[in-house]
Design a protein around this ligand. Structure first.
Ligand code: NAI
Ligand code: MG
Length: 339
């Protein structure tokens, strides 16, 4: 029995998290779900977007499945996502982008894995206006040797363990000569310990263009926080969109699994969301829990369901697409049939 903290989240969150719970339960793995609020529901129940009860639950269970949380633009409380990553020192943001058969997209056979530094730099929240007139604003981005070393090492270790051939280090060391330069220097030092893996470095603007033009030249990508955030959405666009892109936030003592996408307020409450991203995050979670067979069942079921092309959500087929709940029902049939 695994005890897991589950955070339904905001917007489309509750509907896709519910779908993920149903699919994970269908694998037969025994999970005791501890449902906890955060984001807007945290404010409603505890007057706090990140209630201490929720933090305590994650601390106890060490593993969470989290729906997306809404964060206001340019005002309001700080991002709960960022707060959780800091609270549990979840320094790895692992975001795979893999093609599925029969999903319309510009490319097929994409198999990229992004390692994004998840704590430092421009997401550290050290920012302010310089005066009461708001005539200028400053956001401080600190890149440390310690933080760079451990994310790059995580990427190379992943490459070694998973038979990957190349790690691409993405940076802007030509302009940000200190913070970018430090990240790049450390990356080269770490790479020297992995002689069997090709280490390549690419400047971020060129990387954006290369990913659109020829993504097949890449394998594992490692980069700093902001670039990783932007490029992982780009990578999801290469495999059919945000509805298919899972992610994991991993630290030494806890891991939180979620979709790459946000709370999608434009489609919330309409039974339109594609639950695959969070369900795939659930499969990553099962692997992390030492349940690879259950993870494989889910992966295969998604591959089969999408591959058949008959039942997909509307982000994949505008005309014949079906709802979140109906799609989940079909997926569960495939999970139950999977060996
Ligand atoms: P978003 O990722 O929520 O949506 C971007 C676009 O993709 C929208 O058109 C949306 O309808 C579509 N989309 C996203 N997920 C989908 C799915 N599962 N199925 C079908 N279509 C999907 O990004 P946006 O609109 O920029 O942000 C909305 C809110 O989410 C903001 O408050 C933001 O701060 C928050 N957010 C939270 C994240 C998290 O909790 N980890 C990550 C990213 C954003
Ligand atoms: Mg993002």
């Amino acid at each position: 029995m695994h005890a897991i903290t589950v955070i339904p989240g905001d917007g489309i969150g509750p509907s896709i998290v519910e779908a993920a719970r149903r699919v994970i339960d269908a694998t037969g793995v025994e999970i005791s779900w501890e449902e906890m609020p955060a984001g807007l529901s945290g404010i409603e129940q505890y007057k706090d977007p990140l209630p201490e009860e929720t933090v305590e639950s994650i601390r106890r269970n060490k593993t969470a499945l989290k729906g997306p949380l809404t964060t206001q633009l340019g005002k309001g409380f700080r991002s709960v996502n960022v707060a959780l990553r800091k609270e549990f020192d979840l320094y790895i943001n692992l975001r795979p982008a893999k093609s599925f058969p029969n999903v319309p997209s510009r490319y097929s056979d994409i198999d990229l894995v992004m390692f994004r530094e998840n704590i430092e730099e421009f997401y550290s929240g050290i920012e302010h206006y310089i005066d009461a007139q708001k005539s200028a604003a400053e956001t401080i981005g600190i890149v440390t040797r310690f933080g760079s070393e451990r994310i790059v090492r995580a990427a190379f270790e992943y490459a070694r363990e998973n038979g990957r051939k190349k790690v691409t280090v993405v940076h802007k060391a030509n302009i940000m000569k200190y913070s970018g330069g430090l990240f790049l220097d450390v990356a080269r030092e770490v790479a020297a310990g992995f002689p069997e893996i090709v280490c390549q470095d690419v400047i971020v603007d060129n990387m954006a263009m290369q990913l659109v033009l020829n993504p097949h030249q890449y394998d594992v990508i490692v980069t700093t926080n902001l670039f990783g955030d932007i490029l992982s959405d780009l990578c999801s666009g290469l495999v059919g969109g945000l509805g298919l892109a899972p992610g994991a936030n991993i630290g030494a003592n806890a891991a939180i699994f979620e979709a790459v996408h946000g709370s999608a307020p434009d489609i919330a409450g309409k039974n339109l969301a594609n639950p695959c991203a969070i369900i795939l995050a659930g499969a990553m979670m099962l692997r992390h829990l030492g349940e690879p067979a259950a993870a494989h069942k889910i992966y295969t079921a998604i591959e089969q369901t999408l591959g058949e092309g008959k039942y997909v959500t509307k982000d994949i087929n505008k005309v014949s697409g079906i709802g979140t709940r109906e799609f989940t029902d079909v997926l569960i049939q495939h999970v139950l049939a999977a060996k």
